[in-house]
Write a protein that binds this ligand. Structure first.
Ligand SMILES: O=C(O)CCC(=O)C(=O)O
Ligand SMILES: [Fe+2]
Length: 235
């Protein structure tokens, strides 16, 4: 590796660890149990990802097409928790389901945005919805962001996460014996969860379904996420 590559890698590792610490602190602050929504054992490999984004302006000389989208399409994040750092340009928006409007997530210096992502939301029976969000193409200034996608320990399943969260909040609560998905989900909310959609280009069933949740409910998270990466593989 040349010195520049080494420097970039060192910086990325530092940021990766910093974002992971922030994610752990968020869980602690929300009084969520340790080592359930995030892999906290330093010896264990994480599924987590850190991505650096750089959004070019849509109105540059090289492109006259007004419809061009250089941002990010509406989606929800698959994991447990997402931590976003964005610069002052803005463009991140979340969808308000009840008012049916896109709302700007206004950049605030020295702050991070935290999304409760699909896995956490599903384990909490959508009590905390996973936000549908998108990034608009910046018009005048280029935009940079760093996005950390946190995942639970790879061997856990949605069921075991759901059981741990409910017994943590209510120690009297007995763990469910059945492997089936509990009732109580808001099915309309589920429809926007990317984790439950078939995102393959040739997918015929593009809608999210309760059956999909049933299919993955007892699978190790690692397998669920591997299947998702297969779906979004573009050759
Ligand atoms: O760049 C951002 O602010 C967010 C990007 C995003 O939502 C994602 O990559 O999942
Ligand atoms: Fe996202």
């Amino acid at each position: 590796m040349d010195p520049l590559q080494q420097q970039v890698q060192r910086n990325m590792v530092e940021w990766f660890e910093l974002f992971h610490k922030i994610a752990v602190l968020v869980c602690q602050h929300l009084q969520l149990p340790p080592n359930i929504l995030l892999e906290e054992d330093p010896q264990s490999q994480r599924l987590d990802l850190l991505r650096a984004f750089f959004y070019e302006t849509a109105g540059g000389n090289s492109c006259d097409d007004e419809d061009v989208t250089l941002g990010s399409n509406p989606h929800s994040d698959w994991g447990s928790l997402t931590i976003v750092w964005q610069d002052e340009v803005g463009g991140l928006q979340t969808y308000c389901r009840s008012c049916e409007l896109w709302t700007d997530v206004t950049p605030v210096p020295n702050t991070f945005v935290v999304h409760c992502s699909d896995i956490t939301s599903l384990a909490l029976q959508t009590k905390w919805p996973s936000p549908l969000h998108r990034v608009l193409s910046p018009k005048h200034e280029r935009r940079a962001s760093l996005v950390y996608f946190g995942y639970p320990p790879r061997h856990l399943s949605l069921k075991s996460i759901a059981d741990s969260l409910s017994s943590f909040r209510d120690p009297q609560q007995r763990q469910g014996n059945e492997d089936s998905v509990p009732r109580g989900y808001n099915e309309e909310t589920l429809e926007s969860y990317s984790l439950l959609k078939n995102q393959a280009l040739d997918a015929s069933d593009s809608g999210a379904t309760k059956q999909q949740l049933e299919r993955i409910y007892n699978m190790p998270i690692q397998q669920v996420i591997q299947d998702k990466w297969q779906q979004v593989q573009r050759y």
